[in-house]
Design a protein around this ligand. Structure first.
Ligand code: PMP
Length: 402
């Protein structure tokens, strides 16, 4: 039997070149080759993030949660008020981190599958500002627990106009969803390696704006733990980008080598075309789900993320369907939020996999077959034709507009 395809919303499948980069013997962190890879990766992050030249990229060993912790530990002081848009499990985590840092998290929450409208978030910003200073607004670009994508641009612009920092968790979005750090005015955009950047897990990545760096530099409360502290890491990142050796704590050198290769692959395809490819793939996957009778958890089409599908299971089908789907060749995730657990599945379609139509078709097929094996009346042929039709149509349109 073929190895099942990893189709959870991260970690995801990686390209052969990325795999090879990780499999090479580790470099010293002072090795010229590693310095070049690190410097190159930091430069490429600026492009993938559409970051302003005075922003600072950071790459440290860790996962997305560490990137979130680093953002909160550097920027939030006891007593700071932060508006948090709650669209699922990971935005709740953001709020909890802010409380742990001694801040006040003012939550604007929506039911699972829904999101506050941008206008609602902007009025909440104004209301909160009417009651006192507001340090930041915390937004989750795609909440992986609900498959909901937040409409960021107007909220980030409004935050910047009001002197409020815009902090974005892009863990399930970076490299797969449209984002422009500079023109939208975000102050932190953070992510992890194992999602749409299509690398193995192990790296926490973020870019901080000049304003965010200034807030850290002017911090009155105790400094963050050393491993999270931007003031410790900034000279190291600056040195690598200037192709000089540096040391504060040992970087995970094989992961840095892989990061460079992964980001170069995105650049070779083009950032815009890569985002567009995720959109095309998501549309084709949705066509397959709808032919299988699976409904999306996001309650409005514009809320559906392009990096994953979060789907209601048919009546009478529970979490056991995932074992059937795995038997048919794809590993998918279950529900994470208590209200979705046992009643939903989540299928990742991000990163390198989105450049592999045959793999995507196998994922859609495995879900259909798994549903059938579990006793649902799924029309597999209709699902695959819907996938092909949507994929084919999208490709033709792409060519026509070239
Ligand atoms: N935020 C979001 C939106 C996520 O999807 C995840 C991981 N699924 C995290 C944060 C936490 O990242 P990690 O598991 O890499 O710590």
């Amino acid at each position: 039997m073929q190895r099942p395809i990893l189709a959870i919303p991260g970690p995801v499948e990686v390209s052969p070149a990325v795999l090879a980069a990780h499999a090479a013997p580790p470099h010293s962190h002072q090795d010229p080759e590693l310095i070049e890879a690190f410097g190159c990766a930091l430069e490429l992050m600026r492009t993938v993030w559409s970051a302003p030249p005075d922003a600072q990229p950071f790459v440290v060993a860790g996962s997305g949660t560490l990137a979130m912790d680093s953002c909160v530990a550097n920027l939030i002081e006891p007593g700071d008020r932060v508006l948090v848009a709650v669209t699922g499990y990971f935005s709740r985590r953001f709020a909890e981190m802010i409380r742990r840092a001694g801040g006040e998290a003012i939550e604007v929450a929506a039911e699972a599958g829904d999101a506050p409208f941008p206008d609602q978030l902007i009025s909440s910003l104004d209301q909160a500002l009417g009651l006192g200073p507001l340090r930041a607004v915390a937004l989750t670009h795609v909440d992986t627990s609900s498959g909901v994508r937040l409409d960021l641009e107007s909220v980030l612009r409004a935050a910047r106009e009001r002197g409020v920092l815009g902090l974005v968790d892009g863990v399930c979005a970076t490299g797969g969803e449209h984002f422009e750090m500079e023109s939208w005015g975000a102050d932190v955009y953070l992510t992890a390696s194992q999602k749409a950047l299509s690398l193995p897990p192990g790296l926490a990545l973020l870019v901080a704006s000049r304003d965010a760096l200034a807030v850290r530099a002017g911090r009155r409360a105790a400094a963050p733990p050393m491993m999270l502290d931007w003031e410790q890491w900034r000279p190291v990142m600056e040195a690598y980008e200037a192709r000089r050796p540096s040391y504060f704590a040992t970087p995970p050198t094989p992961l840095i080598a892989g990061l460079r290769v992964g980001l170069e692959e995105i650049m070779a395809a083009g950032v815009g075309p890569t985002i567009e490819r995720h959109r095309t793939v998501a549309a084709a996957m949705r066509a397959a789900w709808s032919a299988l009778g699976l409904r999306s958890v996001p309650v409005r089409p514009e809320l559906e993320a392009d990096t994953l599908s979060c789907l209601w299971l048919p009546e009478g089908i529970g979490d056991e369907v995932r074992a059937h789907i795995a038997q048919r060749g794809a590993i998918v995730a279950g529900g994470l939020l208590p209200e979705l657990r046992g009643r939903t599945i989540r299928v990742g379609h991000m990163g390198w996999t989105t450049s592999q139509p045959a793999l995507l078709r196998r994922i859609a097929g495995a879900v259909g077959e798994g549903l059938r094996d579990a006793g649902a009346g799924a029309d597999l042929e209709a699902a695959l034709s819907a996938f092909d039709a949507e994929f084919g149509i999208a490709c033709e349109v792409d060519q026509a507009t070239d």
